[in-house]
Design a protein around this ligand. Sequence first.
Ligand code: ADP
Ligand code: MG
Length: 254
Amino acid sequence: MTAGLRVVSLSKSYGDPPVPALDEIDFASPSGSFTAVVGASGSGKSTLLRIIGGLTVASSGQVTMDGLAPDELRRRKAVGWMAQRPALLPWRRVIDNVTLAQSINPRPRTLPDPDQLLSMVGLAEAALAYPGELSGGMQQRAALARTLAIGAPLWLMDEPFSSLDELTRETLADDLLDIWASATPTVVWVTHHIPEAVSLADRLLVFTPRPGRIAGLVEVDLPRPRDATSGAFQSVVREARQLLRGAPRAEVVA
Ligand code: ADP
Ligand code: MG
């Protein structure tokens, strides 16, 4: 068995005649690592997450997480999802949204305590509120608590902060990193916001525009919490931006 997430020669086409959305994606993420996938709209980022999570079938190639295929991961409820919109049930209080996720996802492993989760995401005071009574940032915090509630070893995050303002995004990112450090899941984080990816991830996979191919891999070898104003941070941002714009690797390094 190979530990961590492995994606091998993964391709996906949609439609008839088939139009490629992902072309020969290869990468490996060690257990407990944080990988960001960065690319333009339409470059296949969501498709990649859906294939990893077992919601879409690949046209060719393989995905395994700790040796398990996506349909098996799905069956074992080993995947925590988070999307751009919080999708909370509006008629249930915040705490009930979290406990409901646990009750419809029964599994043998020990689940985190819902009250503790709400404290971790800074929503202890809002446990009894309804989602409609919360700000966008608080709703996304509640969605994060719900994702964490199932204790999944793999988190697939599809632009979860993209509807948030800069300040909310930054504070939530700090909290998220603390939670990640204590829960140590393997994370694949999709974003089109390069500084966000550089502040969070161990490495960035930069995708080409459609069809998505890996334009390059950028390692972020900076201690956390990261200072976005430092020269080292900005040089990583620049490297990723150049890859995104299609510069050949040699030009990036020069
Ligand atoms: P991203 O998340 O990077 O914006 P997507 O994975 O959503 O990219 O989409 C990649 C490409 O595949 C897009 O051109 C999109 O139109 C197409 N696509 C995505 N899902 C479907 C689908 N279910 N049926 C047909 N085409 C799709
Ligand atoms: Mg998408």
